[in-house]
Design a protein around this ligand. Structure first.
Ligand code: AVI
Length: 362
């Protein structure tokens, strides 16, 4: 019997451990079986431009030294499902910590964002299923505060589902979904209205950027806001290195499957011929810099073909897949300073593993 049962339900894949005597190596094998045998209907790449961009980024990344792939491409339909499963995994603490803040400290959050002062637009970057922000939205609706919720996401599908769901859960809610890249969408939103704004950027998504990119991103965000607008940013804090490593080297092998899924996606959408079995996920965490990085390691010398190009891999060569940066308090205040925001408050979960910072535009 397989140690893992795989339940697939369009957007959710749960890998359920039913015999934990099996080690990670076995889990990785199971993930290969899962990835190869279960073809979940894939997201159609909506337009040729996006597909071209994907092809260019992948080709450039695999021809560079060291080889790399951009983690923003993890999220096709299989990747979305795996990420949902990661967020429910007992090893991945980030979601529970931030959810605790949104559930238990809702009134304080609202107070820090000066939400009681009347009409406000709440803009969420990468809203997904809004499972955390819904607590704040419900609070505002109950207090009869005038607000509009503007979720921004690259996936039109997710936004359609979210809009239906929220309209049912919070009758009368004003929602203005915006599909697209963060700054294009933000630009559209800010050009249309002069209402006071609070931008939510949760989940430590900021950690998926290198430090300088993160500072640049936040500076750009600041430039798009008016003085007195707010940003609410989730940061995963530095903590016991084993706890961090466990979140990305989870016992069910979900993070491994999440990384390997990108190779499957490249095969399917770009016609490449990665032999997924010949790559292994490797995670490391550097407690000095706070960088937690994912790699896929080629287990052998091999050639991969893409767009008529042969890409050689040597045994043990890594592909740099993703950074999930962890932050010290100093890192956070440096970022606020470099981007021009003023810090106005911070809310922590009980374990103090995660912080939601409230910053005000100057
Ligand atoms: C979306 N992002 C904040 C996640 C993280 O923790 O870096 C993505 C992820 N990668 C592996 N597990 C989760």
């Amino acid at each position: 019997m397989l140690p893992v049962d795989v339940y697939i339900n369009r957007r959710q894949a749960y890998l359920v451990l039913i015999d934990n005597r099996y080690g990670l190596d076995k889990m990785l094998k199971i993930n290969h079986i899962y990835l190869e045998n279960h073809h979940i209907s894939t997201t159609q790449v909506g337009n040729a431009e996006l597909l071209d961009q994907f092809r260019r980024d992948v080709t450039r990344g695999l021809l560079s030294q060291p080889k790399r792939l951009d983690a923003k491409y993890f999220y096709d339909e299989n990747g979305d499902a795996l990420f949902q499963a990661i967020m429910k995994s007992p090893d991945y603490y980030l979601t529970d910590c931030e959810l605790e803040i949104f559930k238990d400290r809702t009134a304080q959050l609202a107070q820090l964002l000066h939400i009681d002062q009347g009409p406000i637009e709440l803009i969420e970057l990468g809203a997904g299923d809004a499972s955390k922000s819904i607590h704040l939205l419900r609070y505002l609706a109950n207090k009869q505060i005038r607000f509009r919720y503007i979720p921004i996401d690259i996936s039109a599908h997710i936004l359609r589902v979210l809009s239906q769901e929220l309209s049912q859960q919070i009758p009368g809610i004003q929602i203005q979904p915006e599909t697209g890249e963060y700054f294009d969408s933000l630009h559209r939103v800010t050009a249309k209205s002069t209402c006071r704004k609070a931008v939510l950027f949760l989940g430590s998504n900021i950690g998926n950027m290198e430090k300088n990119q993160a500072a640049q991103f936040l500076r750009r965000l600041h430039q798009m806001l008016q003085p007195g607008d707010f940003a609410l940013i989730g940061f995963d804090l530095k903590k016991n290195p084993q706890t961090i490593l466990r979140a990305y080297q989870d016992r069910a092998g979900l993070t491994s499957a999440f990384n390997l899924n990108l190779l499957q996606r490249i095969n399917r959408e770009l016609g490449a011929d990665f032999e997924v079995k010949k790559f292994q996920h490797f995670q490391n965490y550097d407690p000095l810099s706070g960088a937690c990085r994912s790699f896929l390691i080629s287990v052998d010398d091999q050639l991969v073909h893409l767009n008529g190009i042969s890409i050689p891999f040597s045994a043990n060569e890594p592909i740099d897949m993703e950074i999930s940066q962890k932050f010290s308090h100093r890192d956070i205040s440096d970022l606020a300073f470099r981007s021009g925001f003023r810090r106005v408050g911070a809310l922590y979960d009980q374990k103090q593993w995660f912080v939601d910072e409230v910053w005000r535009a100057k």
